[in-house]
Write a protein that binds this ligand. Structure first.
Ligand SMILES: [Zn+2]
Length: 422
């Protein structure tokens, strides 16, 4: 097995291909090797950032709480500069199809169509096996890919392939790996592959860096015209990256609107809106559970199946909330506990299932302090609290002491809203 490429070798390989490189402080040891495997390397994976330029370098380095950085090894800017972000295990590939991994290992192209994604049952972790490049592009099919950026992508991929003696067939896109992904959207992959193959056929940096595919290099100031868009399906699942913590986009709004139509309005006190929140997660989860799904299929993040059911108006709607069943307290048991517990050893409770709701109600109405309110024993403190409650509802004398009565217990249950009495 080939030795792992080192950070120094990665840097040298990029420089040898003539690609402009900028090193972030500490990139050589910025990784997630403490969290999982790194290696053996089998290929290179190309992504788009689904973002503009602002703040993206910091983001791919730090990541988020849900997805800690580094999120790639190199960030490829629109200018064609490759910013070195990390070396070692990085959160970029996630789970994907083991058949695709086998094809990359065997350098077979095209790879089989992926049937897996991060978290799916048959997926394998791609993070140990791929060098990852995040390329700055909004991924909306309109944001142009400048010629210099495309040339930098080709050279950066070629750099790793040349080091290992791989062909272009070791380079894949995130969309080849995960059926949730669409990146890098808008890159003509046949053209990219042929450029990488051409670079690998020649010596490193055989043409000035300005060149792209045709080698004319004179249109570098002109952003490439984006390809005429495929008539894209407006109902297509936009990818899981559009949802969850930090998501803020029109798909979140649309998700919320669809969930409201399907019985989810009680989850939204405001909105739905573009910024992802608990309401979106809870409503999505309720819809997924309504389909009978469990576990990671009902994690509150929409996948392709959830999305398809919503856009097509299929599947089961979210059922109305069922009021939680209130506990039924036995008057006889409360009376028995009130006679027995005060003289019993500390912490002895004769009917805790009946006494606990009574204590909770006394706590809620302000007659019992928190430290006494959950032991389930009808001790002297509970007796005093219960008697104070009785006085507060106008009972006097023997009606406000001795055995709890049906009237006072019923009033306590209904005023607190916590239990009914049998
Ligand atoms: Zn990606």
């Amino acid at each position: 097995m080939a030795k792992m490429m080192t950070a120094a070798q990665f840097l040298a390989a990029l420089k040898a291909e003539g690609v402009p490189v900028r090193e972030r402080k500490g990139w050589r040891t910025h990784n997630r090797n403490h969290k999982g495997k790194w290696g053996p390397l089998n290929g290179v994976m190309v992504h788009h950032t689904a973002s503009g330029t602002d703040g993206i370098e910091q983001y791919v380095s730090s990541g988020s709480t849900a997805l800690p950085g580094p999120l790639c090894h190199g960030l490829i800017e629109k200018s064609g500069t490759v910013v070195l972000v990390g070396w070692g295990r990085a959160n970029h590939a996630g789970g994907g199809d083991p058949d695709v991994l086998r094809a990359v290992q065997a350098e077979q192209w095209p790879v089989p169509k992926t049937n897996e994604h991060d978290g799916s049952n048959g997926s394998v972790d791609g993070n140990p096996h791929f060098v990852g490049y995040e390329c700055v592009n909004k991924g909306d099919g309109k944001d142009p890919w400048p010629a210099l950026q495309l040339e930098a992508i080709a050279r950066a991929c070629a750099a790793v392939c040349r080091h290992y003696g791989w062909t272009v067939d070791s380079v894949i896109r995130h969309l080849d790996w995960s059926d949730w992904k669409s990146d890098p959207r808008g890159v003509d992959w046949n053209r990219m592959r042929s450029r990488i193959a051409t670079i690998l056929k020649g010596k490193p940096n055989a043409t000035p860096f300005k060149s792209w595919a045709d080698g004319d290099g004179d249109d570098v100031e002109q952003p490439e015209q984006p390809k005429p868009e495929q008539p894209s399906d407006p109902d297509a699942f936009p990818g899981v990256s559009k949802f969850g913590a930090d998501a803020n986009n029109s798909y979140v709004t649309r998700l919320g609107q669809m969930l409201v139509k399907r019985g989810g309005s009680r989850f939204y006190s405001v909105g739905p809106g573009p910024r992802w929140g608990d309401a979106d997660r809870d409503a999505t989860k309720a819809f997924q559970r309504a389909q009978g799904w469990t576990g990671s299929d009902a994690d509150g993040i929409p996948g392709p199946s959830t999305w398809q059911l919503l856009v097509k108006g299929q599947g089961k709607s979210i059922p109305a909330a069922t009021p939680a069943q209130k506990p039924v307290v036995s008057l006889a048991n409360v009376i028995a506990a009130s006679r027995k517990d005060p003289s019993a050893a500390q912490g002895k409770a004769s009917h805790p299932a009946d006494v606990k709701p009574v204590e909770a109600a006394l706590l809620k109405l302000g007659f019992l302090s928190k430290s006494y309110a959950s032991d389930g024993a009808y001790g002297t403190t509970t007796v005093a609290a219960y008697n104070a409650f009785r006085r507060s509802i106008g009972l006097k004398g023997t009606d406000a002491s001795g055995d709890p009565g049906r009237q006072s217990l019923g009033t306590l249950g209904s005023r607190s809203g916590l239990f009914t009495v049998k």
